[in-house]
Design a protein around this ligand. Structure first.
Ligand code: PMP
Length: 400
């Protein structure tokens, strides 16, 4: 069978990452890994989940094991709507669609908004998983850089030359994956100006929103837009939230919040895609969020903040001249820029041989394939001693 002949053109846009093979080596016990951008499983609220699942099976097994509505488990949508109000986004359960992780929301938004050749504005770099989700819908990417004053007409003309129009801007807004940077308020306002001028949607990826360790919270883009327009129904921003970093990623529960018109259309995609997210897991998240969300997130902030501090202090002590890095106020990532003659993928190969330290080379996060001299480090999984030793070794690698 010549599969190439039957694969759709979109399949050609879905490529396995060049570094996947290297990252398989991470399972070896002597490797210090700063590669995985995942929560520390030792911090999962497993006791709360044990009790929630026991209670669900004792009281509501039939409901939990049954099909349920595509919009999501109604009490959980209510809880999320109330939670959104606490971060400056007044809305109702009708403005919420529950998705199987926020990753599914990105896939559905690509499906909803992109025809082949349309343009998606993304950061250089941006979340690799967003590029992966959007790629299937065959977009062209253009660089969103709210700090420059590139005009709306320039974006529009570039998109027309590529055979479509600008459909949305996508951003990981707080403590971004991969850079750890947070968009300031002026940049968020600028994106909203651009969105009005280009008549495009805004996809606000807030996966790390709850994990702020210091500094003042900046209102979500959707909150700023509601302040401009008076209510959520007139807004073009779609906010993607997730319980993956705050409670547990394995249950695959996230959400999208936006105008009823857009959410209603996404419900149709959800119906066609997987009918609904796991009823049982939504019920468990609902119970656990109601009983421990704030306390649990406060605990996570304390632990991760310390790890971030250890990593930043070790970087200061061990990095050679010519290496710079970000100072995240939350999340899980620090982003290193190394001298332009170095290449992240080559450094990783060498590091695994000589220093036994792993990280993610930055190039894959750039839609244009640049960024060879960047590395993503995650501090979420390692304790103080491991961070110290890993960064010391990384310093030797980069000095050598
Ligand atoms: N957005 C960003 C920026 C992420 O880093 C991730 C996960 N690493 C996701 C979305 C997807 O997370 P989930 O599907 O678990 O909500």
């Amino acid at each position: 069978m010549d599969w190439e002949k039957v694969f759709a053109t979109r399949a050609g846009r879905m490529k396995a990452s060049e570094i996947r093979e290297l990252l398989k080596l991470l399972a070896q016990p002597d490797i210090i890994s700063f590669a995985g951008g995942i929560p520390d499983p030792k911090l999962f609220p497993d006791q709360a989940f044990r009790e929630a699942y026991a209670d669900i099976f004792a009281t509501s097994a039939g409901e939990a094991l049954q099909y349920s509505v595509s919009e999501g488990y109604p009490p959980l949508r209510e809880w999320i709507a109330a939670h959104m109000a606490t971060i400056g986004i007044p809305c109702t359960a009708d403005n919420i669609l529950i998705t199987s992780g926020s990753q599914q929301a990105l896939d559905y938004l690509g499906k909803l908004l992109l025809s082949p050749g349309d343009t998606a504005l993304v950061g250089w770099p941006t979340y690799l998983g967003a590029l992966g989700a959007f790629n299937a819908y065959e977009p062209t990417y253009d660089r969103l850089d709210p700090e420059t004053n590139r005009s709306a007409s320039d974006y529009a003309e570039t998109a027309a030359a590529a055979g479509g129009r600008v459909k949305f801007a996508y951003m990981s807004v707080d403590f971004a994956n991969p850079t750890g940077r947070t968009m300031d308020r002026a940049a968020r306002e600028r994106v909203l100006d651009l969105a009005d001028e280009l008549d495009m949607a805004v996809i606000e990826d807030a996966a790390y929103q709850a994990l702020r360790y210091n500094g003042e919270a900046i209102p979500p883009i959707l909150a700023l837009e509601i302040a401009r327009k008076g209510n959520i129904e007139d807004c073009r921003t779609l906010y993607c939230g997730s319980f993956s970093k705050s409670l547990a990623p394995g249950l695959r529960v996230g959400w999208v919040c936006g105008s009823k018109r857009a959410i209603g259309q996404m419900v149709l995609l959800k119906q066609a895609g997987d009918l609904h997210s796991s009823t049982l897991n939504q019920m468990a998240i609902d119970r656990v969020a109601r009983s421990i969300f704030d306390d649990h997130v406060a605990m996570l902030r304390g632990v991760y903040a310390e790890r971030r501090d250890h990593m930043l202090s070790a970087l200061k002590r061990y990095m050679p001249e010519g290496v710079s890095w970000t100072h995240p106020e939350g999340g899980m990532f620090v982003w290193l820029t190394v001298p332009p003659n170095l290449d992240g993928a080559e450094l990783l190969a060498k590091s695994l041989k000589t220093q036994r330290v792993a990280f993610v080379p930055g190039r894959a996060f750039f839609a244009d394939g640049t960024g060879g001299n960047t590395l993503r480090l995650s501090f979420s999984l390692a304790d103080k001693e491991t961070i110290e030793e890993g960064i010391r070794r990384l310093g030797l690698l980069l000095a050598g």
